[in-house]
Design a protein around this ligand. Structure first.
Ligand code: ISL
Length: 553
């Protein structure tokens, strides 16, 4: 990788448009709201902004159920608004990345309606099956497959008299990628949006793209039930099955290679800069590496590092964390960039998951490890999950659970509105009601308060982004170690530039260190560290032989 490419060593920002900024007072964020805030994002230092889906949608899954891949969702604005957003982004110097949702469409999409009616060309656009008939002569679904949002992944369609596959909500029908017409249709969609001047795609739900082919009678093989049912006693919950036929088929990874070829080809035809692909796959480390490429073909530039995110727990020890980091670094194929991500709109926020008192510690880590950093909107403020009652729950994954267990499933808490300031609705919207409630701590925790404070999560974040311009933090080699159970220490050094040493103390006790025992720094060194007591230090000159790492908790 040439680290001078715009997308390398990037700072990507995920915007969940529905919750970012409402410009027209309907309680729902929109494109003009995003446009108004691009300057703010530029000032923080972001290089690329990924927008969760903005396309026309009945909003069953808040935009991940697309009914028209060529239209902007009316609540979010118009095509003119989108063009204005892209133009403003160009002006301020931020690249726009769109969410590409290839696995499924809304059941309101015209392709699905045509497929239900078996219109020529659309007959096999989706995964249709007759199902089976049981001993009593009753119709049964073609297999035991479960949706990620619980219950059977098969839905009977009366009109077509067949079942269709939906690995998410019933209103999200899985496209059939074994049909070349589908493959080429989705490539058309990509080219259409590239023509608007965007700089890349975040690609959704990749492990779900392909399924095992059906038996001759049209039914599908059942997936094995997990051995230890005590881990997942609920037979309707997807964790009940091993998804060997519905997830991680090798064809899904091959599809990413095709899309990489498409964007390379597009660039050849039109000129301009490279187009970035970020990919979403919760899968094994080996598969994540294959998303980068297989040695022959290239794939994603940023296969989200969910290996790190999934393993990291609030009680992870320093040796464990160092191991997760090293696993990624040593498994990467040559010529690619690492990436670090700790949250998104599907997961509890890292301030909540890992402890808000450690938010700065993990922010330092994300910003000083080699490669790309990805930030979910609000993380720069150490926003925590909001509280959303059962009555206000709207996420289908939460709604499909019940009033007693919905909190284990609902993704609403990490999607509450962005906390801009201490005014009504945190400055997000002037409406009487916002689509999700604003988190109750917005009066004390908001962007404006943090900008005004001499020390804050946001101030730290901005300093770190500036610091990342240093060559040592861009291209410098990583040397990393754990000391005891609490201390993580690493250096980044590029020839001809200062060495940075990052010291992070996960524990509650002060620790005296002789850093020279681990990295030869001579008698003076520059250290990046942070602690509850003293806040953030950057470039503090210390005596490495007598360094005191302050506690975190
Ligand atoms: O959230 C997950 C794990 O924490 C995954 O199971 C996730 O549901 C899956 O990776 C797909 O997520 C994406 O596609 C879904 C949508 O609901 C999510 O918001 C999106 O990120 C269906 O389009």
């Amino acid at each position: 990788v040439n680290s001078k490419e715009w997308w390398a060593n990037g700072n990507y920002y995920q915007i969940y448009p529905r919750s970012f900024q409402d410009s027209d007072g309907d309680g729902i964020g929109d494109l003009n709201g995003v446009t108004q805030k691009l300057q703010y994002l530029k000032e923080i230092g972001f290089t690329g902004v990924w927008l969760s889906p903005i396309f026309k949608s009945p909003m069953v899954d808040f935009g991940y159920d697309i009914s028209d891949f060529y239209a902007i969702h009316p609540e979010y604005g118009t095509m003119e608004d989108f063009k204005a957003l892209v133009a403003r982004a160009k002006q301020v110097g931020i690249r726009i990345i769109l969410d590409f949702v290839p696995n499924h469409t809304s059941d309101e999409c015209e392709w699905f309606v045509k497929s239900v009616n078996r219109e020529p060309g659309y007959e096999d656009f989706y995964v249709w099956s007759n199902g089976t008939v049981d001993a009593n002569g009753n119709r049964q679904p073609p297999s035991n497959w479960l949706s990620a949002f619980r219950y059977s992944a098969w839905q009977w369609n009366d009109k077509r008299q067949q079942y269709y596959l939906h690995q998410f909500s019933i209103q999200q029908a899985d496209l059939n990628y074994r049909n070349p017409l589908v493959v080429s249709k989705m490539k058309e969609v990509m080219r259409y949006w590239l023509d608007t001047g965007i700089s890349g795609f975040r690609i959704d739900a990749l492990p779900f793209m392909f399924e095992k082919e059906p038996y001759a009678n049209g039914s599908y093989p059942d997936e094995p039930v997990i051995d230890n049912v005590s881990v997942c006693p609920d037979p309707d919950d997807e964790c009940h099955l091993k998804h060997i036929y519905t997830q991680d088929q090798p064809e899904s990874i091959e599809m990413v290679y095709q899309w990489r070829e498409l964007v390379e080809q597009y660039r050849k035809e039109k000129g301009g800069e490279s187009i970035v692909l970020l990919t979403e796959a919760y899968t094994s480390l080996d598969n994540l590496m294959l998303y980068y490429g297989d040695g022959q073909r290239n794939g994603s530039m940023v296969p989200f590092n969910f290996y790190f995110m999934r393993n990291l727990k609030n009680d992870s020890t320093a040796p464990q964390i160092v191991d997760y980091i090293q696993q990624w670094m040593t498994h990467m194929p040559t010529g690619v960039q690492a990436n670090w991500v700790l949250g998104n709109h599907d997961n509890s926020r890292y301030s909540t998951r890992l402890g808000v008192q450690r938010a700065d510690l993990f922010t330092i880590m994300l910003q000083t490890l080699p490669g790309n950093a990805v930030t979910y909107n609000g993380e720069e403020l150490a926003m925590t999950d909001g509280k959303v009652s059962w009555k206000h729950t709207v996420d289908p994954q939460g709604c499909n659970a019940n009033r007693f267990n919905y909190e284990s499933y609902s993704r609403d808490p990490c999607r509450t509105p962005y906390q801009w300031d201490a005014t009504k609705n945190s400055g997000f919207s002037s409406a009487a009601h916002t689509w999700l409630p604003v988190a109750s701590n917005y009066r004390t925790n908001n962007a404006l308060a943090q900008l005004r404070a001499p020390k804050s999560h946001l101030q730290l974040f901005m300093k770190l982004i500036r610091l990342r311009q240093m060559r040592s933090l861009q291209d410098g080699a990583l040397k990393i170690k754990a000391i005891g159970n609490d201390i993580i220490i690493y250096s980044r050094e590029a020839a001809g530039d200062d060495m940075f040493v990052i010291v992070l103390n996960l524990g509650g006790n002060e620790q005296s260190l002789n850093i020279n025992q681990y990295f030869d720094m001579g008698s003076k060194a520059e250290v990046i560290t942070s602690s509850m007591q003293s806040g953030y230090h950057d470039g503090v000159i210390i005596d490495p032989s007598k360094y005191v790492a302050e506690p975190y908790v």
